[in-house]
Design a protein around this ligand. Structure first.
Ligand SMILES: C[S@@+](CC[C@H](N)C(=O)[O-])C[C@H]1O[C@@H](n2cnc3c(N)ncnc32)[C@H](O)[C@@H]1O
Length: 360
């Protein structure tokens, strides 16, 4: 079946099961698929059986996704780990062969790292999820120039050879690499809605800009609150997808409309701030679904940290933790964390070892 754009539910999020929409979509009709599938595996089965059944269903969805993807298209599947009674199964390990069996070609396994999260007691705390990128063929789109980030050493020059004195790095910036640190959408994030696991818009923007062109079609079978649709629209791409939960579907539509509801309420702080900036209305006239304080704060008063800030902060923190660990091993003085705010006291490795002994 050849794709005809006018017959597709273009720029719509259909309320319902993605299986129904997928089975009605023609072959090779979308340019990009970005999604984070649900992996709440339910309680009705013993965990392993539930996981197998879940993967069976996902295999069907991914076969359909592969079928509707254009030859130049890409698929990004974002997953974490399935945890059960202290054991974990990183889901990308299970998804990788499924995607290969769909005839798709692996391009990247992106680590989406986080600085914060639950503290495990009997294993290392989990601080990353993954995004698998597969393409349909070798003839795929990758717009590196659209997603470059600043070089670490912007003015570094060749110091010998024919190009001596010339810049040794691209002044337009570097490839962002496969470790991403977009802040997780939780409290204090202006994009937070009632949904527990939203994509950050900037993460989706990197994918959309890298792998699509203007007017291309981006599909998400599990839209949640519509982040993929919002980003596609913001960057002049079309979107299409499904969401099964009416409450999340409604939030997605409200995000897309950008207008307040009859009570002057927005689905999140970002949509509210965009609206007041667009219409020059006072911020205190409105509220948003997950508001905690008396009134929403203006964007101009909010601190905004780009992804690079978080990456550098994490790099410094991990380096500090490893230096401190080395000091503990050698019974040396533990250096003070350079990022420490307030009255940090220099502790000796002995003190820390004592604290650690007590904790263990
Ligand atoms: C991990 S969330 C996606 C969140 C989304 N990326 C966002 O930014 O809001 C997965 C979503 O898939 C929805 N879902 C689960 N099963 C579905 C199905 N069979 N068809 C369509 N949506 C489904 C869930 O209700 C949930 O909102």
């Amino acid at each position: 079946m050849k794709a005809e754009k006018e017959k597709l539910p273009l720029d719509q999020i259909v309320l319902g099961n993605c299986k129904s929409l997928l089975s009605n979509l023609p072959d090779e009709c979308v340019d990009l698929i970005v999604s984070s599938p649900p992996y709440n595996l339910g309680k009705e089965y013993e965990a392993k059986q539930a996981l197998n059944k879940y993967l069976e269903e996902q295999t069907f969805i991914l076969q359909e996704c592969s079928r509707i993807l254009k030859k130049t298209g890409s698929l990004f599947w974002q997953v974490g780990a399935f945890a059960d009674k202290g054991t974990i199964i990183p889901l990308d390990i299970r998804f990788f062969p499924i995607l290969e069996s769909c005839g798709l070609i692996p391009r990247n396994r992106i680590i989406w790292a986080r600085q914060h999260g639950l503290h495990a007691q009997k294993k290392f705390s989990c601080r990353h999820e993954t995004i698998l990128w597969f393409t349909k063929t070798d003839d795929y789109i990758f717009n590196l120039d659209a997603i470059r980030v600043p070089q670490k050493y912007q003015n570094k020059k060749h110091y010998r050879g024919e190009r001596k004195g010339e810049l040794s790095c691209n002044p337009d910036g570097k490839n962002p690499g496969d470790i991403w640190l977009f802040r997780n959408v939780k409290h204090n994030h202006e994009e937070q809605t009632i949904h527990p696991c939203q994509f950050p818009e900037d993460l989706v923007a990197r994918i959309v800009l890298a792998t699509t062109l203007k007017d291309d079609l981006v599909f998400d079978p599990y839209m949640g609150t519509g982040t993929v649709a919002i980003v596609a629209k913001d960057y002049g791409r079309h979107f299409m997808g499904t969401e099964i939960d009416p409450a999340y579907h409604e939030v997605a539509l409200r995000r897309l409309s950008g207008e307040p509801d009859e009570n002057g309420c927005f689905p999140n702080l970002k949509t509210l701030r965009d609206y007041v900036e667009r219409t020059s209305q006072p911020v205190e006239k409105f509220k948003f679904d997950v508001q905690v304080g008396e009134k929403p704060s203006e964007r101009s008063k909010a601190k905004i940290y780009p992804e690079e800030y978080h990456l550098q902060e994490m790099q410094e923190r991990l380096l500090y933790e490893e230096t401190a660990f080395a000091a503990i091993l050698r019974n040396e003085d533990i250096p003070i964390d350079p990022q420490l705010n307030g009255n940090g006291k220099k502790s000796s490795s002995k003190n820390i070892s004592v604290q650690m002994e007590i904790k263990f």
